[in-house]
Design a protein around this ligand. Structure first.
Ligand SMILES: Cc1cc2nc3c(=O)[nH]c(=O)nc-3n(C[C@H](O)[C@H](O)[C@H](O)COP(=O)(O)OP(=O)(O)OC[C@H]3O[C@@H](n4cnc5c(N)ncnc54)[C@H](O)[C@@H]3O)c2cc1C
Length: 452
């Protein structure tokens, strides 16, 4: 097949990580082709309406900045975020509520303004041609047929590691014990919430909620709780989904909430058939949750459904095997790595793959650890990097490192690393990490980071 498209750096997946990778590589002067199977930029955050972003700060300072912060700044200019505000749940230091519709506009605006990026949507990866441990070309299914793309360096930002797998890189699916992955959630947004009533109930029943010690003094409301109310509704058969709590976040506008409560378990995000079943079940659950909230929870009697994600949110699928595998101890101990390329300030937060609970690993201080370059350098293939959700991590560590600001930060690092590999004509595994770190510092990606 004749190559119909070519670029120095080819990226599969235009989610938050892939977009940051594309911008970083283009700013480094490389010719970039950014592809996605969907029509809409932004992946999980836009298609599946995931908000708030979590984990920009630790110890009172920003640990993720650079392109990720530019995105937040542009959202702020459009009135699309409340900025980085203290987390009322106490799970992380700050959260960043966003308007996911405006995020789409910001992504298109940024890509329009960045020279050197060609965008190709409606383009699904079909296969990868590998010769002597190098990807030679990709076969992609476009609206107008199967096409071939060639490039020098490839970045897998598909979330699921589709390109790495198609190129023969080994991977691990889900958790070690039974290969099950975290559940999927169909996110939705509601209006008409009376947060005065919600806060009043939370104040009088604090034992029913996960709350930061000073949550009551914060102007913003996040809800993780109503445990007894949920248990009662489940007993009566009014709630059948596998969830032990109400989980929702106040929206960017005052009477709106983003609801992260549906839970579809035991389905794989790498199977079209199971994804279809998950989509159908997720939408059934939205109706059930709205009926439950109206009937059981004061302040929700007058809610209305404003929007649902265009696609169910997939928390976990494949972890691509790389030079280093991030593990639970790295997260809990706040590990520091010589080849750090990003910092993650979020704990291990596992939605039970087979049940209703949420396991949050509490530590004395909120977690903050380095993410090493090694988690992005796959085994076997010399001109491929992986970024975002599919980097190499155990099930436990992935439940921390998958968070959006970190996916953005890793994307920026992958873009810069790919640009270096491209200009020096060397395998991604031989990129001078100190040069990469200097470039990230200069770009303001990891403010004040002292590398070891
Ligand atoms: C329900 C849910 C709740 C979450 N809650 C939070 C939260 O509160 N705060 C937070 O910060 N993070 C949260 N996360 C995590 C976070 O949203 C994601 O892990 C992160 O955004 C992943 O970004 P990504 O760019 O790696 O992948 P994605 O956003 O998944 O992007 C991958 C892109 O690749 C494309 N793609 C996939 N396969 C192919 C293919 N074969 N060919 C071409 N294109 C392809 C997709 O269309 C998509 O655009 C949540 C996730 C979920 C699912």
């Amino acid at each position: 097949m004749k190559a119909e498209k070519t670029a120095e750096i080819v990226i599969v997946g235009a989610g938050s990580s892939g977009i940051c990778a594309a911008i970083a590589a283009a700013r480094a002067g490389r010719k970039v082709l950014l592809t996605d199977r969907n029509q809409v930029l932004g992946g999980t955050n836009t298609l599946s309406m995931v908000s708030p972003l979590m984990g920009f700060s630790s110890g009172g300072r920003e640990v993720v900045a650079g392109i990720a912060q530019e995105i937040v700044d542009r959202l702020a200019q459009r009135g699309g975020t409340l900025g980085h505000i203290p987390d009322p749940l106490g799970v992380t230091e700050t959260i960043t509520p966003i308007d996911t519709e405006l995020l789409k506009q910001v992504y298109y605006e940024l890509l329009r303004e960045t020279e050197g990026i060609e965008l190709l949507l409606n383009t699904s990866l079909v296969s990868s041609k590998v010769e002597e441990d190098r990807i030679i070309s990709l076969q992609v299914l476009c609206k107008d047929g199967v096409r071939e793309i060639t490039g020098d360096i490839f970045i897998d930002a598909s979330g699921d590691g589709d390109l790495a797998v198609a190129s023969g890189v080994p991977y691990v699916l889900g958790r070690e014990s039974d290969r099950l992955a975290q559940p999927m959630t169909e996110m939705f947004r509601i209006g008409g919430v009376d947060f005065t009533k919600v806060r009043s109930y939370m104040r009088s029943h604090p034992e029913q909620f996960v709350l930061a010690p000073d949550a009551d003094s914060m102007p913003y409301t996040a809800v993780s709780g109503y445990f007894d109310t949920v248990a009662k509704a489940r007993e009566k058969g009014d709630l059948t989904l596998a969830r032990d709590r109400v989980l929702l976040f106040e929206g960017v506008r005052s009477d709106e909430a983003v609801v992260n409560m549906s839970r579809v378990i035991l389905k794989s995000g790498t199977s079209s058939a199971e994804m279809t079943e998950a989509e159908i079940e997720g939408r059934r659950q939205i109706d059930e949750i709205i009926a439950f909230l109206r009937k059981y929870v004061d302040g929700f009697q007058n809610i209305r459904l404003l929007a649902t994600g265009a696609a169910i949110g997939v928390r976990e699928t494949r972890h691509i095997e790389c030079r280093y595998c991030l593990n639970e101890q790295d997260v809990v101990a706040g590990s520091v790595f010589e080849d750090a390329v990003a910092v993650c300030a979020f704990p291990i937060d596992i939605h039970d793959p087979a049940g209703q609970e949420l396991h949050w690993t509490k530590t004395d201080t909120l977690p903050c650890y380095d993410v090493p370059y090694g988690v992005m350098v796959p085994r076997k293939i010399r001109n491929l990097l992986v970024t975002g959700r599919c980097v190499c991590a155990t099930h436990e560590a992935a439940a921390s490192v998958r968070i959006t600001p970190t996916a953005m930060a890793l994307g920026q690092a992958a873009g810069v690393a790919a640009a270096i590999a491209c200009s020096e004509e060397r395998p991604v595994g031989e990129v001078d990490v100190h040069r990469l770190q200097r470039a990230l510092l200069e770009a303001g990606a990891i403010p004040g980071k002292a590398f070891v």
